[in-house]
Ligand binder design. Structure first.
Ligand code: WAQ
Ligand code: MG
Length: 265
């Protein structure tokens, strides 16, 4: 019987606004060092010192579902405006209606929480109307309880690094998008960081996987976030939110990693 695994969740805030967060799954023996790492990360985050750091550990059920990570493509764009056009094209291709794409990209650009602030979680957006579905527009839905499988972790990170994708943000975003793409009723996700120095982002969709876009915002821009587009027909919102927030999932292998290509619209 393998060791039971635990979910470790960290998130930091200041003045009620999200600063940073992380999601890990690990055996008990790894938790003290991992918790110390995540607390150090919360305190060192370049958005400034947090006021509150939440660290939450809970034990997971015995057998967790295991999946491969999504395939990865990278589209090279000359600047953030071309990047937004690329994101729009990829979202339309995934089946999101134009008004929903435009509404989501505008919200991410302006700050999707009330007052133009950063959200703690993701927006849930009706893929046809663009209407927001999450109960609390400041909190959003926090995708939680997902990680690389502990035994497979080093190998997957080495594969990503060998493909030029060694930045910690890439692995974390791939794991998050990997879980989102398994969720019932999801058509696509779009994301860029709130970090003013990290300009790449992605559009993920079930048929194509994780499509990186080399630049989605201007250097120095503190806005960012995530929008998950949901098919309204047959939607069971509580089931979807429970899956995203509570159902644990592990990733055991990398997907196919394709070479960078220019975006040709
Ligand atoms: N669940 C839902 N939303 C989240 C979560 C989560 N677990 N973590 C972060 N967010 C939202 C929240 O609104 C953040 O402000 C926003 O996403 C951005 O988070 O391939 O680093 O951690 O080069 O700043 C993507 C591209 C990087 C990586 C994304 O996001 C690549 C990134 P950040
Ligand atoms: Mg961030």
């Amino acid at each position: 019987m393998p060791d039971r695994l635990y979910s470790l969740r960290m998130r930091a805030e200041r003045d009620g606004e999200h600063c940073s967060g992380a999601e890990r799954i690990a055996p008990a023996a790894a938790l003290p060092a991992l918790a110390a790492d995540l607390v150090a990360r919360a305190l060192a985050h370049n958005s400034g010192a947090p006021e509150v750091v939440h660290c939450h550990i809970d034990r997971l059920p015995g057998a967790l579902p295991c999946r491969p990570l999504p395939d990865v493509r990278t589209y090279a764009v000359p600047d953030w405006m071309a990047g937004r056009a690329c994101a729009k094209g990829l979202l339309l291709r995934a089946g999101v209606a134009a008004p929903a794409v435009d509404a989501a990209l505008q919200l991410l650009a302006d700050g999707p929480a009330p007052g133009g602030r950063i959200m703690r979680g993701a927006m849930l957006i009706d893929a046809f109307t663009g209407r927001r579905l999450e109960a609390d527009p400041a909190r959003g839905v926090r995708v939680s309880r997902m990680d690389l499988e502990p035994q497979a972790r080093a190998g997957i990170l080495a594969t990503l690094a060998a493909a030029g994708l060694g930045h910690q943000r890439v692995a974390e975003a791939l794991v998050l998008a990997g879980k989102v793409l398994q969720a019932p009723g999801i058509i696509a996700e779009v994301c860029w960081s709130d970090d003013p120095d990290y300009l790449a982002g992605y559009v993920a969709a079930p048929q194509v996987g994780y499509q990186r876009i080399s630049c989605l915002k201007e250097a120095g821009d503190r806005h960012g976030g995530r929008a998950l587009f949901v098919r309204p027909a047959g939607l069971d919102l509580p089931v979807l939110v429970d899956f995203l927030e509570r159902q644990a999932i592990l990733f055991t292998a990398p997907g196919t990693i394709l070479p960078e290509q220019p975006w040709r619209g």
